[in-house]
Design a protein around this ligand. Structure first.
Ligand code: CP
Length: 302
């Protein structure tokens, strides 16, 4: 993985993905080590973030590396009209690795083609979010003891949810069954369903969340992505499509865990937060260890 960019989850093989998860387990045991002294990581966030940016920055800081970058473009030369290409070429001069989030699908791949240092895609539009995928895999393996043969329910905005796209693609390597719950307007794109079909795996589509709760090992809730809708009226129609409440978990499997990439709006009621099946806050913490594993692997330090 040394010196390679991570743009789509499929850029890394199943074996490489598992290596990252194994290394993340080591970082979870010992997250503070000075092995990145002398390295500079750039976090370029052209789109808002709390978890992804701060967990990458925590990951690098705990390993003794330095961070440069921006969390919005208002104080950068993007405001003067500087192109993405020129921005990436410049930041390549200043850093050893670039972590970038951008609202346009395909922007991360483009950045990797003009950069002279590796690019990590921290989310490009509605396309991919491969580092979230790795921490989701880590969280599933940690809570279920395996990634194989699981019943995974994906709920909410499956059309625009980039975390869903990456995770579905990754889990096709593990013989999982996919239970896809969404409004008609927000179904999983055909291009992602093709990945399931190509592996001869099963997927089932639902509009009713209650149908999947008794069978799921993992219920992966997602936010309806308001910012991706071109018509606000269409968003209003679906914004309250699914609200998971504690009472709905009666009859669910003991091993069920509720995951969510976060932020949540209203799709998981706060009355679930104290239920041992709620795992979304620990899931976000796992992001630090997984991102430590990823950055050190790409920099060739581990
Ligand atoms: N899961 C995730 O990408 O969260 P942020 O948008 O806060 O980074």
């Amino acid at each position: 993985m040394k010196n390679r960019s991570l743009i789509s989850i499929n850029d890394f093989s199943k074996e490489e993905q598992l290596k990252i998860l194994d290394l993340a387990e080591e970082f979870e045991k010992q997250p503070t080590q000075k092995i990145l002294e002398g390295y500079v990581a750039a976090t370029l966030f052209f789109e808002p973030s709390t978890r992804t940016r701060l967990s990458f920055e925590t990951a690098v800081n705990r390993l003794g590396g330095r961070i440069i970058g921006f969390s919005d473009t208002s104080s950068t030369s993007v405001q003067k009209g500087e192109s993405l290409k020129d921005t990436i070429i410049m930041v390549s001069n200043y850093s050893d690795i670039i972590i970038m989030r951008h609202p346009k699908a395909g922007s991360a791949r483009y950045a990797s083609e003009v950069a002279t240092v590796p690019i990590i895609n921290a989310g490009d539009g509605a396309n991919q979010h491969p580092t979230q995928c790795l921490l989701d895999m880590y969280s599933i393996r940690k809570t279920q003891g395996t990634l194989d043969n699981l019943d995974i329910a994906f709920v909410g905005d499956l059309k625009y949810g980039r975390t869903v796209h990456s995770l579905v693609m990754a889990l096709t390597n593990f013989n999982c069954r996919f239970h896809l719950v969404s409004p008609q307007e927000l179904k999983l794109p055909s291009v992602v369903k093709m990945h399931i079909k190509d592996k001869n795996l099963e997927y089932y589509q639902y509009t009713d969340l209650q149908e999947v709760l008794p069978i799921a090992d993992v219920c992966y809730m997602t936010r309806i992505q308001k910012e991706r809708f071109s018509d606000p009226i269409e968003y209003e129609k679906v914004k309250n499509a699914y609200i998971l409440k504690n009472s709905m978990l009666k009859g669910s499997k003991d091993n069920l865990r509720i995951l969510h990439p976060l932020p949540r709006v209203n799709e998981i009621s706060e009355d679930i937060d104290d239920n041992p099946k709620a795992y979304y806050f620990q899931q976000a913490l796992n992001g630090v260890y997984v991102r430590q594993a990823l950055v050190t692997s790409i920099l060739g330090v581990k």
